[in-house]
Design a protein around this ligand. Structure first.
Ligand code: FES
Length: 286
């Protein structure tokens, strides 16, 4: 109990009116602020997953002897619809596969390819692992964050410039080694490679993305957008699969990648043959 002479304690201002104080004739649901956000709507909210997505989810489940094995592609399918794995998406996967939401959440939060916040049209992953970092990956990440930030505040890991999902929106993230150390520093846009980058070239790239352009990756498939790639990762390909495969089967190895093998071939170097009687380690009986 406080008296008027006591110093008020720090903290939030107490509400001037409370629902608890409302009389029986007050429609507390009607005046609730959360009603405006749709949380207390009279009608249940429409599922973001339509009949076609349900059919595709069931097709995924049918691909495996144990349907729960379809969880990884199904999470990609969810991302292809919503641009991230929402709580609704977790419930959807659980329902389709007979898993609890806790089981689905455990997987969705373990792998970094599943995003828990809505992604931009494009996901830009900058390799800041040791080799790329030493070659300039850290500088690229810093410059992109500053370039895409607002009001002097740099964009951070998994933050989006623009409105997620809308054209030209870009999410950036730190990435661990992208398995292209020979071409570092590298970055990926929607998992397609852009090799031998500099801070300036990375800024040019994101500016082109913001203008709605799709600069060709250094190698591999042409650039699309995050949701389209998620659909492919789920195992669903464009109708004209032949044309798609010609694109995807484009050059994917660089001169640098093959330099060691080429030097060995030019100089006649080969690995020593293994002796026929080379002792092999014992295999422990299980
Ligand atoms: S450290 Fe960047 S690709 Fe390996």
């Amino acid at each position: 109990m406080t008296t008027p002479s006591e110093t008020p304690r720090p903290g939030a201002e107490p509400a001037k009116e409370t629902f608890a104080a409302a009389g029986a004739d007050v429609d507390v649901v009607g005046i609730s602020p959360v009603r405006e956000e749709g949380m207390l709507a009279d009608e249940p909210l429409a599922s973001p997953f339509d009949a076609a997505t349900v059919a595709e989810a069931q097709a995924l489940a049918a691909r495996y002897p144990q349907s729960r094995s379809a969880l990884l592609p199904m999470l990609h399918l969810v991302q292809s619809v919503q641009g991230y794995v929402s709580q609704e998406g977790i419930a959807f996967c659980g329902e389709q596969l007979g898993l609890s939401e806790a089981e689905v959440s455990a997987v969705a939060t373990f792998y970094t390819m599943y995003k828990r916040k809505p992604c931009g049209e494009h996901l830009v992953s900058v390799c800041t692992n040791t080799l790329c970092a030493a070659l300039g990956g850290d500088a690229i990440y810093k410059r992109l964050g500053e370039h895409l930030g607002e009001d002097g505040k740099p964009l951070g890991h998994e933050q989006t410039a623009g409105t997620p999902g809308e054209q030209g929106s870009i999410t950036i993230e730190h990435a661990e080694c992208l398995a292209a150390c020979d071409l570092g520093p590298v970055l990926q846009v929607n998992y397609e490679y852009y090799d031998n980058q500099t801070p300036d070239s990375a800024v040019e790239l994101v500016d082109a993305l913001r203008r709605g352009e799709k600069p060709a990756p250094t190698r591999g498939a042409p650039l699309s957008d995050f949701k389209a790639v998620e659909r492919q990762l789920a195992g669903f390909f464009p109708e004209d699969e032949e044309a798609y495969r010609i694109d995807v089967d484009g050059p994917s190895q660089a001169v640098e990648t093959l330099r060691g093998a080429q030097l060995a071939a030019d100089r006649g170097w080969t690995a020593p043959a293994m002796a026929d009687d080379a002792p092999l380690p014992e295999v422990e009986a299980k």
